[in-house]
Design a protein around this ligand. Structure first.
Ligand SMILES: [Zn+2]
Length: 269
C-alpha cells in the first residue's frame, strides 16, 4: 500500500480502515480493501434508504441549510456570475443560487440524482465526472463542493481541473469532514463520518490547507461546523452554530466538518 498523493510507502494505520501517509500527512481509506466496492454506489438506493432516509423528501430542510450556509459566507462571494456545484446531487443548492439570479451549472456522477436535477428542477447538470464536462478555461465565478471532496477518488486531479475553470477572482467553497476534530479523535471508528466505502479521503484542516496550496489555492476563510455526532441518523441534526461567539469557541473543539473558502493563489499557476 502506498500513498495516493505522494506515493510514499511510509503508511500507518489511524483507526478502522483509515491510513495516514507519514510523509505528506494525507489520510485515506485503505483502497485495496475496498477495491471494486466503490463502483456505481450512488444509485437511487443511496439517496433513498441506504444512506439517506429520503434525500428528496428532505428538500425543504436541505434548502434551508444551504441558505443558512450562504448567510455565513455571502460576504466573500461575487454577487453575480456563474456557479458550478460539483457533486450537486439533486440540485438543491443550484436551485437556491438560481433564485438569487446566478447562472447555475451542476456536475453529478449519480444518474439518479442528475436525472432529477435535470428533469424535475430543469437545471443544467452534466452527468459524469468533472473532467468529462470539459468546461472552458476560467468559466466559473463560484465553484462549490458540499461534502463531496471526501468522496472523490482523486481529489488532487479534481482541484487542478477546478483551478483551470475558475476565474481569476473566483471563489472555491469546500465543505468536508475534519479528521483532526476532537469528535473524530474520541469516537474513532464510531465517528459517524467514518464511512467506508463512500468516504475515501479524510482531511484534517492542515492536510486540506496543504493540498489546496499544492494545487494552487490560498485559503481565505475557515468556518468550523459540528454535526451533533449524528449525521447518518438524521439530517435535521446537522447544524451550524448560528451565534458567532459560540461558533468560534465551541467550533474550535467540535468542528468535525470544515467549510473552507479559497481563491487561486498568484504563485504556482
Ligand atoms: Zn503521502
Amino acid at each position: 500500500m502506498f500513498c495516493p498523493f505522494c506515493k510514499s510507502l511510509d503508511i500507518r494505520k489511524v483507526f478502522g480502515d483509515i491510513l495516514k501517509c507519514e510523509k505528506c500527512g494525507i489520510t485515506f481509506l485503505d483502497f485495496e480493501k475496498y477495491s471494486g466496492r466503490t463502483d456505481n454506489i450512488y444509485d437511487e438506493e443511496y439517496f433513498r434508504g441506504k444512506v439517506y432516509y429520503d434525500y428528496f423528501r428532505e428538500m425543504s430542510v436541505r434548502i434551508k441549510v444551504f441558505k443558512d450556509k450562504l448567510q455565513l459566507i455571502q460576504e466573500y462571494l461575487p454577487r453575480m456570475g456563474r456557479v458550478l456545484d460539483l457533486g450537486c446531487a439533486m440540485g438543491f443548492f443550484l436551485k437556491v443560487m438560481k433564485e438569487r439570479n446566478y447562472e447555475v451549472y451542476g456536475v453529478e456522477v449519480s444518474k439518479y440524482a442528475a436525472g432529477y436535477a435535470k428533469n424535475s428542477l430543469n437545471l443544467n447538470v452534466h452527468e459524469g465526472d468533472l473532467q468529462s464536462a470539459d468546461f472552458h478555461d476560467e468559466f466559473f465565478d463560484i465553484i462549490t463542493m458540499w461534502d463531496v471532496l471526501e468522496h472523490l477518488s482523486n481529489p488532487q486531479e479534481t482541484l487542478i481541473e477546478i483551478k483551470r475553470i475558475l476565474t481569476g477572482n473566483g471563489v472555491l467553497i469546500i465543505e468536508t469532514l475534519n479528521i483532526g476534530s476532537l469528535t473524530a479523535r474520541i469516537l474513532k471508528k464510531n465517528w459517524p463520518l467514518y464511512f467506508p466505502p463512500y468516504h475515501l479521503f479524510y482531511f484534517s484542516l492542515k492536510a486540506l490547507k496543504n493540498v489546496l496550496a499544492e494545487t494552487g489555492f490560498s485559503v481565505i476563510k475557515i468556518i468550523p461546523i459540528q454535526t451533533y455526532l449524528k449525521t447518518r441518523q438524521g439530517f435535521k441534526v446537522f447544524k451550524y452554530f448560528k451565534n458567532p461567539i459560540l461558533r468560534k469557541v465551541l467550533g474550535a473543539f467540535l468542528n468535525d466538518v470544515i467549510c473552507c473558502l479559497a481563491i487561486k493563489s498568484i504563485r504556482g499557476s
